[in-house]
Design a protein around this ligand. Structure first.
Ligand code: GCW
Length: 669
């Protein structure tokens, strides 16, 4: 339960090397709580890694770790402070006043804390600490966890126990766990957290709950973690007794202004509101004939005097707008480009449907150049086998961040603001954290929290580099073992995509819970909840036609992308059935028919999961027995369920295609 902050002892040589560069932790004091956290982390980390705790001091002794800010910069230190911004840091081995020291430098104490964690990371990665010269500044401003935690401590799409927010005992009892949570977030650069579910209850904005949130904010503050809240759009009616929540109504606007003032009295550094409006039955401005911009701007006006932001979600769909669900967010939001107040971020899920094992990137990225667009990723694995299946999501995050939008740059460049000159930038990850002893429901799910934080700080980090860091800190710094774990992680998400929804299929999961196969379901109250709506399998073929002959939502992409994906011949096989409805005998690039390819992909999924099990078994002895056994047990479940998926999907699709299984393929058990 120490997550990636285990600080296991280094080898004897490593320990000697580390001691030599960490003889003391030197700072200028008087120490703020944040600086105290940095000093404590360095001392604790070195003590555990090197077996000796460095003393804290003020004198520049040889081999010191020096925490420097512009106010406390040892004579002789030359740095381009301005380049470090508010949260960045520099790590530099240098000679100061005739002594070899390591400087961790930043403009703020929070930068020092981030730098301290980075230095400890480098120490564990076996970096050459005597030649350190690195600078890092976060590329994205708001790096947020979104908890879908309810006030009764249930967690929507949470698979790691109950909510860690013990609302009943707050605000008086804050326990050690909240500080551990904040510390873990700081270690990977996460600087904000939305405490409650986007399917929000108005109660979360009442005085008693604000006091509870404020108690958490007090614990989080030293770690640079700001509190945000999900706001229910109709709160003025539910809490304020108003007749309407119309965003253009002066009384409604006044209510929100007063509410914002109250929130900031409780939490002077409150981050802002996250809002899900007019989506899946949630109230919103469209209930009053207004637009998303009208709603967001009203809240923005209330928060602006305090420096708060509105994160307004673009995850909207309603079955009244019959047609292709994948096109609704673009249709509602793109025309509003340029109409949002400057402190509004439109928060867009990575893909146009809903956190599937694979989706194309969302067509809004790049298409709203005058609006800050935040990227919302899901860390919790709602559609990827909950916490029982192993799927490292770093590769999924990397795939969307590196996707070329066709608007002149990648999704990463839109999100970090560089492509379109945005200064307000955000990445959000739907948290997978709960009361389970391992925090996340499984050992490997911790990697997804880790990867989200690291890639929000730097969207250009590779999934592999992040997996290497995580595996070394979490399991083993021994190169061979680490690499074997990384290999297993790198293929794991593809294995899940093949197991469940290969070739661009999507939303075949059991209704409601989203676990396990249910491609046959066709009787839910909303057509766009039925798997049959998405796969459209029949005698004639399979897939959702989003090309010009179908819903044509492919046209929402920039021309270079739309042109490629409008034609099955130039659509990557991994997205083929997302954009096209094709006959079963369609010839794939592999030379197989589509039907044979589908069978081959489901087989590949099973084989990959079996292979993960074998690779993990070979690591026995490299990983402590308890965690080894736990992961092995989970992988056995996954192997069983990969067969369940293959059998159910191929059996069902065969009933639709009426084709025999391709020669040489055994019927699924
Ligand atoms: O599809 C969904 C999930 C819902 C979730 C929604 C959303 C919070 O199944 O549980 O609600 O996405 O993102 O708003």
């Amino acid at each position: 339960h120490e997550l990636w902050l285990r600080y296991r002892p280094l080898s004897a040589a490593g320990q000697a090397g580390l001691r030599a560069v960490a003889r003391a932790v030197v700072h200028g004091g008087p120490a703020s709580p944040t600086l105290r956290a940095a000093v404590a982390e360095l001392r604790r980390g070195v003590a555990a890694l090197a077996g000796r705790e460095p003393p804290e001091g003020r004198r520049l002794v040889p081999g010191a770790l020096v925490l420097a800010t512009p106010e406390f910069a040892p004579a002789g230190l030359q740095l381009r402070w301005r380049d470090l911004g508010r949260e960045g840091y520099a790590l530099r081995r240098t000679r100061l006043q005739g002594r070899e020291v390591t400087v961790i430098a930043a403009n703020t104490d929070l930068g020092l804390l981030y730098g301290s964690f980075a230095w400890l990371r480098a120490a564990q990665a076996g970096a050459e600490l005597r030649r350190l010269d690195a600078t890092s500044v976060p590329k994205v401003g708001l790096r947020l966890l979104n908890h879908w935690d309810n006030l009764d401590r249930s967690v929507e799409r949470g698979y790691a126990g109950a909510s860690i927010w013990d609302w009943w005992k707050l605000p008086d009892i804050t326990g050690p766990r909240y500080a551990e949570y904040a510390r873990a977030n700081a270690s990977i650069g996460i600087n904000g957290t939305v405490l409650n579910n986007v399917n929000a209850k108005a109660e979360s904005l009442t005085a008693p709950f604000l006091a509870k949130a404020a108690a958490l904010a007090d614990v989080f503050r030293p770690y640079g973690l700001k509190v945000f809240l999900s706001a229910r759009f109709s709160a003025p009616v539910e809490l304020g007794g108003l007749k309407t929540a119309d965003p253009l109504d002066p009384a409604v606007r006044a209510w929100w202004r007063a509410k914002a003032d109250e929130v900031y009295r409780a939490m002077p550094d409150f981050g802002g509101f996250l809002v899900k409006a007019n989506s899946e039955g949630q109230p919103g401005p469209q209930d009053y004939g207004r637009t998303h911009a009208d709603g967001a701007n009203m809240l923005a006006e209330a928060l602006a005097p305090h420096g708060g932001v509105v994160l307004w979600r673009a995850f909207v769909y309603a079955h009244e707008n019959a047609g292709d669900r994948a096109g609704q967010a673009y249709a509602e939001f793109q025309p509003l480009d340029g109409r949002f107040a400057p402190n509004v971020v439109v928060q867009v899920k990575n893909g146009p449907i809903d956190f599937q094992p694979r989706e194309p990137f969302h067509p809004l990225f790049g298409a709203m150049p005058r609006t800050p667009l935040g990227l919302e990723l899901q860390i919790t694995k709602e559609y990827l086998g909950f916490s029982t299946h192993l799927a490292y999501l770093g590769t999924l995050f990397e795939e969307v961040l590196r996707a070329d939008t066709g608007h002149g740059g990648t999704v990463a460049r839109v999100v970090d603001g560089r492509l379109q000159g945005q200064r307000l930038t955000a990445m959000a990850g739907v948290a997978n954290i709960g009361t389970d002893r391992n925090w996340c429901g499984s050992q490997f799910d911790q990697a997804n929290w880790y990867a989200f934080g690291r890639m929000a700080w730097d969207p250009d980090l590779s999934a592999r580099a992040v997996a290497e860091e995580w595996a070394a800190q979490t399991f083993s710094a021994r190169r061979a073992a680490r690499d074997a774990i990384v290999e297993l992680m790198m293929g794991s998400r593809e294995a899940v995509a093949d197991t469940m929804t290969p070739l661009g299929l999507h939303h075949l999961m059991g209704s409601g819970h989203h676990y396990g196969p249910a491609p046959w379901v066709d009787d839910l109250e909303r057509p766009d909840w039925n798997p049959v709506y998405y796969h459209r399998a029949g005698r004639d073929g399979i897939g959702f036609d989003r090309s010009p002959t179908g819903s044509n939502t492919v046209a929402q992409y920039a021309a270079p992308v739309a042109r490629l994906w409008a034609d099955p011949r130039t659509t990557p096989p991994a997205l083929l059935l997302w954009f096209h409805h094709l006959p079963w005998d369609y010839r794939m690039p592999s030379g197989r028919t589509l039907w044979a390819e589908l069978v081959a992909r489901y087989d590949a999924g099973v084989a990959a999961v079996d292979d993960m099990g074998r690779r993990w078994a070979a690591l026995r002895g490299e990983v402590d027995g308890e965690r080894h056994a736990e992961v092995a047990a989970y992988l056995a479940v996954q192997a069983k369920e990969a067969r369940w998926w293959r059998g159910a999907c191929l059996g069902y699709f065969q009933s639709a295609s009426s084709l025999p299984l391709p020669p040489g393929v055994r019927p699924p058990e």
